[in-house]
Ligand binder design. Sequence first.
Ligand SMILES: *Cc1c(COP(=O)(O)O)cnc(C)c1O
Length: 418
Amino acid sequence: MVLQDGKYLLEGNIDPLELVQKYGCPLYVYESSIIEAQYKRLTRAFDVEDLQINYAAKALSNINILRYMHSIGAGLDTVSIQEVRLGLKAGFEPQNIMYTPNCVSIEEISAAAKLGVKINIDNISILEQFGTLFPDYPVCIRINPHIMAGGNSKISTGHIDSKFGISFHQMPLIHRILKATGLHVEGVHMHTGSDILDIDVFLQGAEILFQVAKEFPDLKYLDFGSGFKVPYKEEDIETDIEELGEKITARFKLFCEDYGKNLTLMFEPGKFLVSRSGIFLTKVNVVKQTTSTVFAGIDSGLNHLIRPMLYDAYHKIVNISNTTGRQRFYTVVGYICETDTFGVNRRMNEISEGDILAFYNAGAYCYTMSSNYNSRFRPAEVFILNGKDHLIRERETMEDLLRGQVEIETLTPKPELS
Ligand SMILES: *Cc1c(COP(=O)(O)O)cnc(C)c1O
């Protein structure tokens, strides 16, 4: 979304206020041009012969977004059997779907293997069980490199206390199981979680993966996961993808020379591909002045966008109904009946009741984390594909809220006999 001559405009010069008129409010809107630009930035940054970018479906999993990712050449990274099935339905080849579950039952992992997708194993016990059941099915192994990549402990996954991955100190045990079961390893993987600020820390983790990789003779790929940080605030630092790309590319090529074989370099970004592509449009129901604060209360809440309350995430918020005139400070809050704060003391163009506020960076982990808390409907989703808007999910209705609920006969009022 850009501000042009006092008006906010989306891809294809689409006016977000018109989208609200057309599809209602609150509304999630995604722009394909931004996803494509981010994808191209990644593929340019890593200048290797074989590069595969697997989009992490959990960031934004609407089937149309998955199909779009497939159309621009991405593979898919999945964390549940349901995401695997969505990916297959979206048209991904099983071989281009990586399944990276954590604390999932062997039954679910077996079901994924039967669908033919790449299996990433992150637990010694599962390695034993999988090797016994599917000795001929080559696997990927998720290594925990014991590094602390980013600041936020809720999304950091590569440190020593994390539940993710198999410690690289357990290599002898891994080899013993491989030998006993006959299982082959075709890839090694690490994913350190979001917020790579320090490229050198990431490279340290990568060195550990290179060390581990040397011990497996039949590798086809090395997967460095994700964690590419995107800016949420103006002054935020983002992962310098170009610098990271240059350094990893050089090191990866050296590794392949040493290894004696060209491998595929893999990444699995979610946030980097879709975060900036999304905006969330909401309407101001009330402006409420208390003794200490001016609140702007909107027609949404943590049921639709939980990141501020869950992760203390910052989402930039702008008043797109009023782009000129004086600015005031507002605390933007939701309608959920508990503390439900989107942003505190934000300087914004003066708000009148009925104005539309737009949240930035609403592509990743926003709709996919939404719920029906307070028995509210989830919003509609619109995808602007090559400059044209498409409704890709309907706003929910009472039927959606009641779907699947089974009414006990003796509690259900009988229609009056007349
Ligand atoms: C969530 C996740 C990702 C995507 O992380 P982002 O920070 O959104 O890029 C990649 N790989 C795995 C295994 C994940 O669980």
